[in-house]
Design a protein around this ligand. Structure first.
Ligand SMILES: Cc1c2[nH]c(c1CCC(=O)O)Cc1[nH]c(c(CCC(=O)O)c1C)Cc1[nH]c(c(CCC(=O)O)c1C)Cc1[nH]c(c(C)c1CCC(=O)O)C2
Length: 365
């Protein structure tokens, strides 16, 4: 197949039986009937897996994201082990920002740390627009993965402007996002200039992944829940909309996710999502009431529940499958990422249980 025929236009019509576009995951994102409820886990590629810890032992995080053969192997690990319905590209939300010229590192046990935080108009200018040439390793890894994965869809992702801005303005992880909010409330013009630039970088990064062949994209606005709905609409929604609506004709479903977003679910759907991610605080039927019946939902299992005895896990899986029926499409997932201390066997059992319970129901019509 030539590069041209693997582009978005070709994939748009590519729902041949058995291909990734006809997979249960993509069908659920598009609110079409599925043979079973699809399941994957945010942060499935990572520290809960011994095979991941082994392969990463001597390679720093950011470097591992820049080695296509490592990205491919780590992305495939949870697919092999758990039989999940989708793979998610192994990367990080700060990878495109680093490619855009921001000096940063991912510090083990801490997260992204920025050498010189972005707090002035001149700082914003240091964030360059990016093209595929700035992230060749992502392009290459996605192309390899699409071949290796066959019918299993690959999810591409990026960080949303607010969550990226928080790391860049704070200089690292923050509980209160105080410096970020001080800039947002104190200099609205600079705030929008920063988020315009981040939306541009994010959109370009997602387009590279889509051109290379991912079947869906997820926009992580992990920390958007720190804002009221009014502030979200004023300071954040226009920028996340620029990203998601910018992909309206890209031919792949768009998932929009955040934590603590009970009050924001409707607005997050409005940004241009096909699927809205829901954390553990809002049951999926309640979430659907807020998001509207034209969007699919994903999430809701508290990652901490996976640390509890199996009967507790099983009861939660049953509850979420039941409440997910209120939505026109349901992708089973956690309400946030897999915790490093999670027993991988439990994840494998959850996948099997979701498949068993939901296919039994599909059989019964
Ligand atoms: C906020 C955020 C980040 N990165 C990401 C988000 C949004 C999702 C979320 O809210 O959790 C997204 C992300 N980061 C990573 C992935 C890989 C794909 C997946 O399996 O989901 C994804 C989708 C790998 C990673 N990204 C990181 C790791 C850990 C690196 C290691 O192995 O040491 C992995 C596997 C590092 C990272 N990078 C970031 C944090 C907070 C951390 C953890 C710091 C720590 O506790 O060590 C920023």
């Amino acid at each position: 197949m030539t590069t041209e025929t693997t582009g978005t236009a070709a994939r748009d019509g590519d729902s041949r039986p058995g291909g990734p576009a006809d997979s249960p995951f993509i069908r659920a994102c598009r609110r079409r009937p599925t043979p079973h409820t699809p399941v994957w886990f945010m942060r499935q590629a990572g520290r809960s897996l011994p095979e991941y810890r082994e392969i990463r032992a001597s390679v720093p995080m950011l470097e591992s994201c820049r080695r296509p053969e490592l990205v491919t192997e780590i992305t495939l690990q949870p697919v092999r082990r758990h039989g999940v319905d989708a793979a998610i590209l192994f990367s990080d939300i700060v990878v495109p920002v680093a490619a855009a010229g921001v000096d940063l590192d991912i510090v083990p046990g801490t997260g992204p740390v920025v050498a010189e935080p972005i707090r002035t108009a001149a700082d914003v200018q240091r964030i360059r627009p990016i093209t595929r040439e700035d992230v060749p390793y992502v392009d290459e890894a996605v192309r390899q993965l699409v071949v290796e994965l066959g019918d299993t869809p690959l999810i591409g992702f990026a960080g949303a402007p607010f969550t990226l801005a928080s790391y860049l303005v704070e200089g690292g992880p923050s509980r209160t996002h105080a410096k970020t909010k001080a800039l947002m409330y104190g200099d609205e013009e600079l705030w929008h200039a920063l988020c315009d630039r981040l939306a541009e970088v994010t959109l370009a990064f997602l387009r590279v992944q889509i051109e290379a062949g991912v079947s869906a994209v997820q926009l992580f606005d992990s920390w958007a829940g720190a804002l009221s709905e009014a502030d979200y609409r004023r300071y954040v929604l226009p920028h996340s909309t620029a990203v998601l609506s910018g992909l309206a004709h890209a031919g792949v479903p768009r998932i929009h996710f955040g934590v603590g977003t009970a009050e924001l679910l409707g607005a997050m759907g409005e940004a241009g999502a096909d699927v809205v991610g829901v954390d553990w605080r809002t049951p999926l039927d309640v979430a659907t009431g807020r998001i509207g019946a034209d969007k699919a939902v994903q999430g809701n299992l508290d990652p901490c529940v996976l640390l509890a005895p199996w009967p507790v896990v099983e009861a939660e899986v049953r509850r979420i499958l039941e409440q997910g029926r209120a939505a026109p499409g349901h992708v089973f997932n956690l309400g946030h990422g897999v915790l490093p201390e999670t027993d991988p066997e439990v994840l494998t059992r959850v996948v099997a249980l979701v498949h068993e319970l939901s296919s039994r129901r599909a059989d019964q019509g």
